[in-house]
Write a protein that binds this ligand. Structure first.
Ligand code: SF4
Length: 396
């Protein structure tokens, strides 16, 4: 469903991409009915995220995969060599083409997947909406092909101006490299008379940039971006992780993906709120929003209250922690995450699998016994301990 907090974001999307937004609203309403039905089945996903690779050319400090505490960084061997072939994706697109889920390409760094552009072309031939999330470092080398591929949205992570971004990424010169890539994207769009891909800058709030957010809209103007979103930082404390692991044991999976987010956030919330206010007040340039769209009180709660899950066992103890933040998660009825080895997962940071698309068609995997068990379990629990820090909780 469309949460009240996301209404503004949804209306903006409806204005910029009306067919896409209305299709999304219809599919969500139907998925919600399946949720209420309680069988654990759902319609084919509205949205499918393809993790093309675990590999990345950067190691950003706060990244849950390759950051200082990142789970992939701890096990780099497990992350290499597991990538689906273009032929496997072609078969998948053939199957889901008639249903037309929205496709997000992510990683690792998706542009390291050698067939990324060909895959976008195939997705667009099937007339599916395609969005890519990239760190932007490789854009210059493929800008023309990306524009010509028909990509709908290009989401680029950018955490500040030159010194802030390069400092956070630990790579001098990266900011200007990204700007050159975005400039090339803008030039090719203009030469070909195309409005797509829409360029959307994604700024993750963290301890290295929360005091400089008011300069980011100027960066977005320079990049000729269509939109800029500030994302609240995903972070967990140790008790939340331990409670999540206890719950995962009941499901027979691991929440190790959350380990990379266990750190002190290091953010002064008063300064953060002031900076977000200043950034959002800048009228000229791209549309600006903050995700999740918390109220000021929710921002305080999100950053300052620990879950203290030592006695966690149900939603009732969870609800005392974060009452108004989220009541239940619908994501596994709506969205799927296809990992590089072919496993379809309901949650980004749990290794619970619905099944493998190398062994069965997606239609079978999506409503497999494992998928139905997970959804029924979640519907009873309503939320898991780590859910308050998961972006999907605030999306549907
Ligand atoms: S909010 Fe919780 S259940 Fe929903 S996708 Fe995130 S981790 Fe999974």
């Amino acid at each position: 469903m469309i949460q009240k907090r996301n209404l503004r974001r949804f209306l903006l999307k409806t204005f910029r991409q009306p067919g896409y937004a209305l299709g999304v609203a219809r599919k969500r309403a139907l998925a919600y009915l399946m949720y209420l039905g309680g069988s654990g089945r759902s319609r084919l996903p509205e949205s499918l995220t393809l993790f093309l690779t675990h590999r990345c050319n950067l190691q950003c400090k706060m990244c849950g995969q390759w950051g200082e505490a990142g789970v992939t960084r701890k096990n780099p061997a497990g992350a290499s060599g597991k990538e689906l072939s273009l032929e496997t994706y072609r078969r998948l697109l053939e199957e889901i083409g008639p249903y037309k889920p929205n496709i997000t390409l992510f990683g690792g760094e998706p542009l390291l997947y050698p067939h990324a552009v060909e895959l976008i072309e195939q997705i667009k031939r099937k007339k599916m909406h395609c969005l890519m999330i990239t760190n932007g470092a490789l854009l210059s080398g493929c800008a023309q092909k990306l524009v010509e591929s028909g990509l709908d949205e290009l989401n680029v992570s950018l955490d500040g101006d030159r010194s802030v971004h390069d400092g956070i990424r630990g790579m001098p010169g990266l900011f200007e490299k990204i700007m050159a890539g975005l400039q090339a994207i803008a030039e090719h769009k203009s030469r070909l008379g195309l409005a797509r891909p829409l360029v959307h800058l994604q700024c993750t709030i963290n301890s290295g940039n929360f005091m400089y957010l008011d300069v980011v809209p100027a960066v977005a103007r320079r990049a000729r971006a269509d939109a800029l979103t500030f994302h609240h930082l995903i972070h967990l404390d140790r008790s939340e992780l331990e409670a999540q692991e206890r719950l995962c044991a009941q499901l027979g999976c691991s929440g190790a993906g959350w380990q990379g987010f266990v750190f002190g956030h290091g953010i002064d919330v008063g300064v953060l709120k002031e900076q977000l206010g200043r950034a959002s007040a800048q009228a000229a340039g791209p549309a600006i929003d903050v995700y999740p769209a918390f109220s000021p009180e929710e921002i305080d709660r999100y950053y300052n209250i620990s879950g203290n899950y030592s006695e966690y066992n149900s939603y009732s103890s969870y609800s005392n922690y974060c009452k108004s933040i989220g009541a239940r998660c619908l994501s596994p009825w709506i969205a799927g995450y296809l990992f590089p080895g072919g496993d379809l997962r309901p949650c980004l940071n749990l290794d619970y699998s619905f099944g493998n698309i190398g062994e069965q068609p997606l239609r079978a995997v999506w409503n497999s016994p494992s998928a139905r068990r997970f959804r029924r379990f979640l519907k009873v629990q309503r939320l898991f301990p780590a859910c308050a820090r998961c972006t999907e909780l605030y999306r549907y």
